[in-house]
Design a binder for this molecule. Structure first.
Ligand SMILES: *Cc1c(COP(=O)(O)O)cnc(C)c1O
Length: 354
């Protein structure tokens, strides 16, 4: 039986995408060669790369003047690439501190300049999103994390930035509509809503680069990858291919607008049960609740074993909470069908009845 996969990342991908991906490993394009044993400079792979870029542009309605890159090193590499490419010498940047990933981004930026920390919610273990802070006009850029995967909080609105606007969208990219024109850099590790680990999507506005006065190491310079179309060196062909298939799946489904509706239905279903059922309690502030990662606690610890047995028996996987929050976390990325959420909700209801 196929599992109901609520894993926070790497996470669920559509079955048909996995099937196509496995076919391509053995025989790509009916050419009796594997996708992973042909040149990345061959026509078939260049077509894959072009299609992945075009699909990202189409699905997110990326305006002209932006480049779409598929890099390596994960979102964690972007924590360093962003300040290297945007922070002036003796410069400063403003960062929100909304969770562990934000904190790691801050640590990298601090190696290159001053960091002003805004919207810090570490006082309550990051269970809400602080608002109403003022971004200093003289900062080189502002950095935020749109969805805090570990704590289940999500920015529903983005502040107006007087400087460049950078966002780590690793765990909610392609899950809801965004106005890309409001951002200068958006990045996302693939493994949460786009594809397998191994590539990072970076959307960067071309005319913001080359202004720091820094000598940026070649591989860490966005301009290197822009000028070579993400093929300065061998790109991670498999994760890019699977991301392309997954974006095509999303397009066939009706695109970001359609998936946003489905994601809203899934999260309404689960949050309403958490709020209704006296045994459970959501751990994030209501107005900041993430539609991707739903964190909740079981109030009665004597029922824990029973609950764990029930969801295990139903084929549910990956709902244990992150060690820094405890409880449970149901991640409901794009590919998770609403039927899986219904199974979880039924179990929560049964636990109350028994
Ligand atoms: C998972 C995650 C990261 C880290 O991604 P890697 O690709 O593993 O480096 C960064 N930011 C957010 C919001 C994440 O969810």
């Amino acid at each position: 039986m196929k599992k109901h996969n609520f894993s926070a990342g790497p996470c669920i991908l559509p079955q048909e995408v996995l099937k196509q991906a496995s076919d391509a490993i053995l025989n790509f394009n009916n050419d009796n060669l594997s996708l992973i044993e042909i040149s990345h400079r061959s026509k078939p792979f260049i077509e894959v790369m072009d299609k992945a870029i075009d699909l990202a542009k189409e699905l997110l309605k990326i305006p002209k003047g932006y480049s779409v890159l598929f890099l390596q090193g994960g979102a964690s590499m972007e924590f360093l690439m962003v300040p290297l490419n945007l922070m002036k010498i003796n410069g400063k940047a403003a960062y929100t501190n909304t969770g562990v990933w934000a904190k790691k981004a801050i640590a990298e930026a601090k190696k290159l300049g001053d960091v002003i920390v805004l919207g810090d919610s570490s006082d309550t273990n990051y269970n809400y999103i602080k608002k109403g802070y003022k971004i200093p006009v003289d900062s080189d850029y502002f950095h935020c994390t749109s969805n805090n995967t570990i704590y289940g909080t999500q920015m529903k609105e983005f502040p107006m930035s007087p400087s460049l606007m950078v966002c780590d969208m690793s765990s909610d990219i392609f899950s809801r509509r965004i106005d890309v024109s409001k951002f200068d850099i958006i990045y996302a590790g693939a493994q949460k809503n786009m594809g397998p680990a191994g590539t990072t999507l970076v959307i960067v506005k071309d005319d913001i680069l080359g202004k720091t006065g820094r000598d940026i190491p070649t591989m860490l310079d966005y301009n290197t990858h822009i000028s070579k179309g993400s093929m300065f060196n061998t790109p991670p062909v498999f994760p890019i291919y699977v991301s392309m298939l997954n974006l095509q799946w999303l397009k066939n489904l009706g695109g970001v607008e359609a998936i946003e509706k489905l994601n809203q239905e899934k999260s309404d279903l689960l949050y309403s049960e958490i709020d209704r059922n006296p045994l459970f309690e959501g751990s994030a502030a209501k107005e900041d609740r993430s539609n991707m990662n739903v964190c909740f606690l079981l109030n009665d610890s004597s029922k824990e074993d029973k609950f764990n047995t029930l969801w295990n028996a139903a084929g549910i996987s990956g709902i244990k909470g992150h060690r820094s929050v405890g409880g449970y976390r149901a991640s409901m990325y794009n590919a998770l069908p609403i039927e899986s959420v219904e199974v979880l909700v039924d179990i929560m209801k049964n636990l109350e009845k028994n």
